[in-house]
Design a protein around this ligand. Sequence first.
Ligand code: UTP
Length: 291
Amino acid sequence: MNKVTKAVIPAAGLGTRLLPATKAIPKEMLPIINIPTLQYIVQEAADAGIKELLIVISRGKEAIKNHFAPAAKLEAELLAKKKLALLEEVRKSNKIVKIKYVYQAKQLGLGHAIGCAKDFAKGQPIAVLLGDDVVVSKGKTALGQCIDAYNKTKCSIVGVQPVETKVINKYGIVSPVKKADAKKDVFAIKNLVEKPEPEEAPSNLAILGRYVLTPDIFNAIAKTAKDKSGEIQITNALKFLAKKNKVCACKFSGTRYDLGNKVGMVKATIDFALRDNEIKEDILKFIRSKK
Ligand code: UTP
């Protein structure tokens, strides 16, 4: 059995929805309170058993590399001042998992970004976690659930959750082989549709930032034409594999936050603050005072 030990995080995008913040700061480095979004995602990969991680970046996003590298001067200063708890926090980010980087020369879409991982994958299955999607799970991580589904089915896996009708046209939507299967936690899919209008959508199950992909994905990406916006979509590449009955959906449990837009950022910040005992009471008091 091919164990899934490699993961890719595409983080090369322009982050235009969060401009001007993303002019100089990678959107994946914008924090939820004091921890960058990307650190939560790297931690999820490690918690799911990933041993080697590739982050796809682009020029100007080197802050990502710096965050996951040792910071000798800062660490020495914190040590000298005996700020040991902070020192531990600072060191944590470069100890989570072994990370490599590859540059995507031009932002040609998510499918193209994943295609940049071909040499890293070396013919093995790869997990993919989007650099701006955080999932908080009570039990197993979202990626861990998708890896379990891969181990059972040996198919490429797309992580899905139901979404409200009005936002269906923002996502890739899956079409189960049998309609009734959509009720199951893991099911085979016959097609995927990128951003359909709600009335044309084959289900309300949207692909939300977690995948496990078999090595044939790289040929599929190479065959995939650019869409209207000039991007190569991973959803379109997966259609080739779905035609050969080689894609399954895993309905993962957990609360997912889309850190790529303003509403998602604020929701994540509020929820994470209310989970943090150090600041929870102050924040609750503040929110109640707004009524
Ligand atoms: P998004 O489409 O949400 O990111 O891609 P974006 O293009 O940066 O965002 P906007 O629409 O301009 O605001 C999801 C993930 O895929 C990465 C992004 O960095 C993000 O983490 N991505 C996207 C790439 O690595 N390369 C691309 O060409 C596009």
